[in-house]
Ligand binder design. Structure first.
Ligand SMILES: [Fe+2]
Length: 335
């Protein structure tokens, strides 16, 4: 009995103190990135800044359902996450990618693959024009953020940038896809050596970018099912409806019908906008359009019931029906 108690205590200790995310090791010593990035910057950037994103991400999800979510899921639905989850999940992913693509020149094992080189030539003319485009995106990013080379759901390459610790996997990003090359343009990435000269840092960073690794990332990205998920997720009207539905439905579950009573008209308007919008190509299905018609009908009934001062039970039942229909639509989107 005592032994079981002891095992129980040990197990719960690990569950409570389990840290889903860890700081990855760098592939090289801090000083090996010199002279392009100084050792002190690398040390602080990795052991302090990246460590803080990891620690704060673990803290933000501890004891919540998000402990079971993958990092991709945390990022994909960033618009529904807290600031802490969005910033720290992004911070952890972005820096992990950054460390992976930085290699001291003499240790870069493979050149760019012919597949990636051909796509770059077709889309950008040559690697130098791609570099110029990335540097342009990086130098014009106001304040802190990242410049990215991204594989889109259509399997094309694009150059884009995001603020803060956002990235193109997130539903808050304007251009979405899987990033295969990222340049950190937070001041913490270059200020000790380059101070305000972001351009000099951007000139130097190319000495460390390992095109062999970027090529591997390109091959993984074009075969990654995440691309299809991102494509299906690119339906802003669905997200907009979801946002309002969450804000009225969840309080109603707890007996607070005020948000529903105040916003039933808005919910109906969002449902109509959603029904009239064009879904992403893979979601242009008969079942989805039928379910959307049902959703509009239910939201319309709900709004009319509210206008007639219907009883709490009636309103609660109707919003639950509309909420179920919405989840059926979401389910169909994942099929
Ligand atoms: Fe950084």
């Amino acid at each position: 009995m005592r032994l079981f108690f002891f095992i129980g205590v040990i197990a719960s200790h690990f569950i409570i103190n389990g840290q889903p995310y860890n700081l990855p090791n760098l592939n090289f010593n801090y000083e090996e990135y010199e002279p392009y990035i100084d050792a002190k910057t690398m040390e602080i950037h990795h052991s302090k800044h990246h460590q803080a994103y990891v620690t704060n991400l673990n803290k933000a999800i501890a004891g919540t359902n998000l402990e079971k979510s993958s990092l991709n899921d945390l990022m994909m639905y960033a618009s529904f996450r807290s600031e802490a989850v969005r910033n720290n999940a992004g911070g952890h992913f972005n820096h992990t990618l950054f460390w992976e693509i930085l290699t001291p020149k003499e240790k870069q094992a493979n050149p760019i693959s012919s597949e990636l080189e051909n796509v770059i030539k077709n889309q950008f003319g040559n690697i130098d024009s791609l570099k110029a485009k990335l540097n342009q995106a990086a130098s014009t990013r106001f304040g802190a953020g990242w410049a990215w080379l991204v594989v889109t759901p259509q399997k094309k390459l694009i150059v884009t940038s995001t603020p803060n610790q956002d990235n193109p996997i997130m539903d808050v990003a304007k251009d979405r896809g899987i990033p295969i090359l990222g340049i950190d343009v937070w001041e913490h990435a270059y200020y000790l050596k380059y101070q305000n000269k972001r351009g000099d840092y951007l000139g130097a960073i190319w000495n460390l970018i390992d095109w062999g690794v970027v090529s591997q990332k390109y091959m993984s990205a074009i075969n990654d099912p995440l691309l299809a998920q991102i494509e299906k997720d690119t339906w802003p009207e669905l997200k907009e409806f979801h946002r309002v539905m969450s804000q009225v439905f969840h309080p109603s579950e707890k007996g607070n019908l005020d948000p529903l009573k105040n916003r039933s008209g808005e919910l109906l308007a969002k449902a109509i906008l959603l029904k009239n919008s064009t879904p992403p190509l893979p979601l242009q299905k008969e079942e989805i359009s039928k379910a959307l018609m049902k959703l509009v009908k239910q939201c319309d009934e709900l709004d009319k019931l509210k206008s007639k001062n219907a009883k709490t039970e009636v309103l609660t039942k109707k919003i639950a029906e509309a909420h179920d229909t919405f989840h059926i639509i979401q389910g169909l989107c994942q099929d």
